[in-house]
Design a protein around this ligand. Structure first.
Ligand code: SAH
Length: 251
């Protein structure tokens, strides 16, 4: 089998935040597979066959990529941000594990990208400067009780928490519940960042208190970063404050 699958992170949006290695991998591809808006980010060129699919069919999409590769094609599977963060890389390995044993001999590579929380953090300072974690609030693939139990554990552990998939039209209430739980454990003036469409033309950044965040609007293009007890603001006139979490924690 001479085909290949490369799972490629496109970064948060700005093409300048795509790695050189990812750009080269896109140039080598015969086929491009991904969710419609990500496929749309890759310029058309002769010889590149585009297969854009709807969201929530990740494993079907991964199988399709592996079938094409088994037939000798060089396939690029694209995700926004990093493909290993709540995205296509795990779906590809899930399909490999459950699928045709011959797929294990294919050349399969992952090209990293800048994930949303890192792009958002960099815009405002260094909110992820101490210990942190990332949670997806989507209950499409795991029970809501598991999400709440994990959230409560990391709230009590005083980690900074990046919340991916905070809300969608099918999941309108999860972020509110998550912030209610946060408010029961963390101080009302804890800094919370709502970072929307980071690095895209419609980027919007808000630095709120936890109390304000509980009623603030968010959408599926938003990543929420919930500060820990050490997270600090450096106010500036006429501009959003810097937000940072010191590396040191008092003993
Ligand atoms: N693989 C992606 C995450 C996919 S999950 C990554 O590494 O970034 C989709 C979620 O990512 C969205 O609901 C949102 O929470 C977040 N996200 C993706 N791109 C974003 C961006 N440019 N700005 C803010 N959040 C973003």
């Amino acid at each position: 089998m001479s085909g290949s699958v490369t799972v490629i992170g496109l970064g948060p949006g700005d093409p300048r935040l795509l790695t050189q290695a990812a750009a080269e991998a896109l140039e080598r591809a015969d086929d491009l597979i991904g969710y419609v808006p990500y496929v749309a980010r890759v310029p058309e060129r002769p010889g590149l066959v585009r297969h854009a699919s709807d969201n929530r069919v990740e494993v079907d999409r991964a199988r399709h990529a592996l079938e094409l590769a088994a037939a000798g094609r060089h396939v690029a599977v694209v995700s926004g941000g990093d493909p290993g963060v709540f995205a296509m890389a795990a779906a590809v390995f899930e399909a490999v594990e459950a699928g045709d044993p011959a797929w294990r001999d294919l050349a399969i590579h992952v090209e990293p990208g800048i994930t949303a929380m890192l792009a958002a953090a960099a815009r405002l300072g260094a909110p992820l400067g101490g210990d942190f974690c990332a949670l997806s609030l989507s209950d499409n693939l795991k029970p809501w009780e598991t999400i709440l139990a994990r959230l409560e554990a990391v709230l009590r552990a005083d980690l900074v928490i990046a919340l991916y998939n905070p809300i969608s039209s099918a999941r309108p209430w999860q972020l509110g519940r998550a912030l209610d739980l946060a408010a029961a454990i963390r101080a009302p003036d804890t800094p919370v960042i709502f970072a929307r469409a980071v690095s895209r033309p419609d980027e919007a950044l808000r630095v709120l208190t936890l109390d304000e965040a509980r009623t603030a609007p968010a959408d599926m293009a938003t990543v929420v970063i919930l500060g820990a007890s050490g997270t600090r603001l450096i106010p500036r006139t006429g501009r959003p404050p810097f937000v940072y979490t010191p590396r040191s924690v008092p003993g």
